[in-house]
Design a protein around this ligand. Structure first.
Ligand SMILES: [Zn+2]
Length: 175
Protein backbone atom coordinates (compact mmCIF):
# COMPACT_ATOMS: atom_id res chain seq x y z
CA UNK A 1 0.00 0.00 0.00
CA UNK A 2 1.35 3.40 -0.92
CA UNK A 3 0.56 5.77 1.90
CA UNK A 4 -1.40 8.89 1.18
CA UNK A 5 0.72 11.97 0.67
CA UNK A 6 1.55 13.05 4.14
CA UNK A 7 4.20 15.73 3.79
CA UNK A 8 6.78 15.77 6.52
CA UNK A 9 5.13 12.90 8.37
CA UNK A 10 8.25 10.81 8.04
CA UNK A 11 11.57 12.56 7.87
CA UNK A 12 13.85 9.68 6.94
CA UNK A 13 13.11 6.49 5.07
CA UNK A 14 15.15 3.29 4.85
CA UNK A 15 14.03 0.81 2.22
CA UNK A 16 15.42 -2.58 3.13
CA UNK A 17 15.97 -5.33 0.62
CA UNK A 18 18.02 -8.42 1.20
CA UNK A 19 18.50 -12.13 1.00
CA UNK A 20 16.37 -14.62 2.91
CA UNK A 21 19.64 -16.17 4.03
CA UNK A 22 21.02 -12.94 5.51
CA UNK A 23 22.14 -13.65 9.10
CA UNK A 24 24.85 -11.05 9.77
CA UNK A 25 23.33 -8.76 12.38
CA UNK A 26 26.54 -6.84 13.23
CA UNK A 27 26.93 -5.83 9.58
CA UNK A 28 23.30 -4.76 9.34
CA UNK A 29 23.59 -2.71 12.53
CA UNK A 30 26.71 -1.07 11.20
CA UNK A 31 24.98 -0.16 7.92
CA UNK A 32 22.09 1.47 9.79
CA UNK A 33 24.55 3.27 12.08
CA UNK A 34 26.37 4.65 9.04
CA UNK A 35 23.08 5.84 7.53
CA UNK A 36 22.23 7.56 10.81
CA UNK A 37 25.63 9.21 10.91
CA UNK A 38 25.25 10.42 7.33
CA UNK A 39 21.87 11.94 8.07
CA UNK A 40 22.85 13.33 11.43
CA UNK A 41 21.00 11.72 14.33
CA UNK A 42 19.62 15.06 15.48
CA UNK A 43 17.77 15.50 12.15
CA UNK A 44 16.00 12.18 12.27
CA UNK A 45 12.63 13.18 13.68
CA UNK A 46 10.52 10.31 12.45
CA UNK A 47 12.20 7.44 10.60
CA UNK A 48 10.32 4.75 8.73
CA UNK A 49 11.40 1.36 7.42
CA UNK A 50 9.95 0.01 4.16
CA UNK A 51 10.23 -3.77 4.16
CA UNK A 52 9.10 -6.61 1.95
CA UNK A 53 8.17 -8.46 5.15
CA UNK A 54 9.83 -11.80 4.39
CA UNK A 55 9.68 -13.80 7.61
CA UNK A 56 13.37 -14.65 7.53
CA UNK A 57 16.65 -13.13 6.53
CA UNK A 58 17.26 -9.42 6.00
CA UNK A 59 13.62 -8.24 6.10
CA UNK A 60 12.89 -10.00 9.37
CA UNK A 61 16.12 -8.83 10.96
CA UNK A 62 15.66 -5.21 9.89
CA UNK A 63 12.06 -5.19 11.13
CA UNK A 64 13.16 -6.58 14.48
CA UNK A 65 15.88 -3.94 14.88
CA UNK A 66 13.47 -1.14 13.98
CA UNK A 67 10.72 -2.50 16.20
CA UNK A 68 13.16 -2.72 19.11
CA UNK A 69 14.13 0.90 18.51
CA UNK A 70 10.46 1.93 18.52
CA UNK A 71 10.49 3.17 14.91
CA UNK A 72 7.73 2.84 12.30
CA UNK A 73 7.61 0.05 9.73
CA UNK A 74 5.59 -0.12 6.53
CA UNK A 75 5.44 -3.61 5.04
CA UNK A 76 4.97 -4.71 1.44
CA UNK A 77 4.32 -8.45 1.50
CA UNK A 78 4.51 -10.14 -1.88
CA UNK A 79 1.31 -11.68 -3.20
CA UNK A 80 2.78 -15.14 -3.73
CA UNK A 81 -0.67 -16.73 -4.13
CA UNK A 82 -2.21 -14.33 -6.62
CA UNK A 83 0.91 -12.86 -8.15
CA UNK A 84 2.72 -15.99 -9.28
CA UNK A 85 6.45 -16.01 -9.89
CA UNK A 86 6.61 -12.30 -10.51
CA UNK A 87 5.07 -11.44 -7.13
CA UNK A 88 8.37 -10.56 -5.51
CA UNK A 89 9.39 -8.33 -8.39
CA UNK A 90 6.03 -6.52 -8.40
CA UNK A 91 6.35 -6.02 -4.68
CA UNK A 92 9.82 -4.53 -5.14
CA UNK A 93 8.44 -2.06 -7.64
CA UNK A 94 5.62 -1.04 -5.32
CA UNK A 95 8.07 -0.56 -2.49
CA UNK A 96 10.37 1.59 -4.61
CA UNK A 97 7.41 3.67 -5.80
CA UNK A 98 6.44 4.27 -2.20
CA UNK A 99 10.01 5.30 -1.39
CA UNK A 100 9.93 7.72 -4.32
CA UNK A 101 6.65 9.17 -3.07
CA UNK A 102 8.24 9.81 0.32
CA UNK A 103 11.25 11.34 -1.38
CA UNK A 104 8.91 13.67 -3.30
CA UNK A 105 7.52 14.92 0.00
CA UNK A 106 11.01 15.89 1.07
CA UNK A 107 11.99 12.86 3.11
CA UNK A 108 15.55 11.55 2.97
CA UNK A 109 15.55 8.07 1.47
CA UNK A 110 18.18 5.34 1.35
CA UNK A 111 17.90 1.85 -0.06
CA UNK A 112 19.98 -0.65 1.91
CA UNK A 113 20.68 -3.90 0.05
CA UNK A 114 21.89 -6.89 2.08
CA UNK A 115 23.31 -9.16 -0.59
CA UNK A 116 23.97 -12.84 -0.23
CA UNK A 117 24.58 -15.68 -2.65
CA UNK A 118 21.80 -17.24 -4.69
CA UNK A 119 21.45 -20.76 -3.30
CA UNK A 120 18.86 -22.21 -5.64
CA UNK A 121 20.35 -25.48 -6.87
CA UNK A 122 18.21 -25.39 -10.00
CA UNK A 123 18.63 -21.65 -10.60
CA UNK A 124 18.20 -20.97 -14.33
CA UNK A 125 21.06 -18.50 -14.01
CA UNK A 126 23.41 -20.93 -12.30
CA UNK A 127 26.03 -20.37 -14.95
CA UNK A 128 26.04 -16.68 -14.08
CA UNK A 129 29.38 -16.25 -12.33
CA UNK A 130 28.81 -12.63 -11.38
CA UNK A 131 31.10 -12.98 -8.36
CA UNK A 132 34.21 -14.42 -9.99
CA UNK A 133 35.86 -11.03 -9.75
CA UNK A 134 35.42 -11.31 -5.98
CA UNK A 135 37.19 -14.62 -5.89
CA UNK A 136 34.27 -16.98 -5.73
CA UNK A 137 31.66 -18.61 -7.88
CA UNK A 138 28.01 -17.75 -8.16
CA UNK A 139 25.83 -14.68 -8.09
CA UNK A 140 23.69 -12.72 -5.68
CA UNK A 141 20.10 -13.66 -4.89
CA UNK A 142 17.82 -12.31 -7.57
CA UNK A 143 15.19 -10.50 -5.54
CA UNK A 144 17.74 -8.29 -3.83
CA UNK A 145 19.53 -7.50 -7.07
CA UNK A 146 16.20 -6.63 -8.71
CA UNK A 147 15.07 -4.38 -5.89
CA UNK A 148 18.34 -2.46 -5.67
CA UNK A 149 18.29 -2.00 -9.46
CA UNK A 150 14.74 -0.60 -9.30
CA UNK A 151 15.83 1.75 -6.52
CA UNK A 152 18.82 2.91 -8.52
CA UNK A 153 16.71 3.42 -11.63
CA UNK A 154 14.37 5.52 -9.52
CA UNK A 155 17.27 7.74 -8.51
CA UNK A 156 17.44 6.51 -4.92
CA UNK A 157 20.77 6.14 -3.19
CA UNK A 158 21.69 2.50 -2.65
CA UNK A 159 24.01 1.14 0.02
CA UNK A 160 25.24 -2.40 -0.57
CA UNK A 161 26.28 -4.74 2.19
CA UNK A 162 27.60 -8.28 2.13
CA UNK A 163 27.92 -10.71 5.00
CA UNK A 164 31.38 -10.57 6.48
CA UNK A 165 33.46 -13.59 5.62
CA UNK A 166 31.02 -15.25 3.29
CA UNK A 167 30.76 -13.50 -0.04
CA UNK A 168 33.99 -11.61 -0.16
CA UNK A 169 37.01 -13.47 1.08
CA UNK A 170 40.09 -11.60 0.05
CA UNK A 171 42.93 -13.92 -0.66
CA UNK A 172 40.89 -17.05 -1.20
CA UNK A 173 40.28 -17.49 -4.83
CA UNK A 174 38.62 -20.82 -5.38
CA UNK A 175 37.27 -21.01 -8.89
ZN1 LIG B 1 20.30 -17.65 -9.03
Amino acid sequence: MIPARTPATFSHIVLVTGARTWDDEPTMRSVFRDVWRTWGAENIVKPLLLSGHCDKGADAMAERLWRDAGFGILTFPADWNGGGNGAGFHRNQRMVHAAQAFSDTGAEVRCTAFLDLCRRPSCPQRTNEQLLACGRRGHFSHGTVHCRSCAQAAGLQVIDAMPVGRVLRPGTRKV
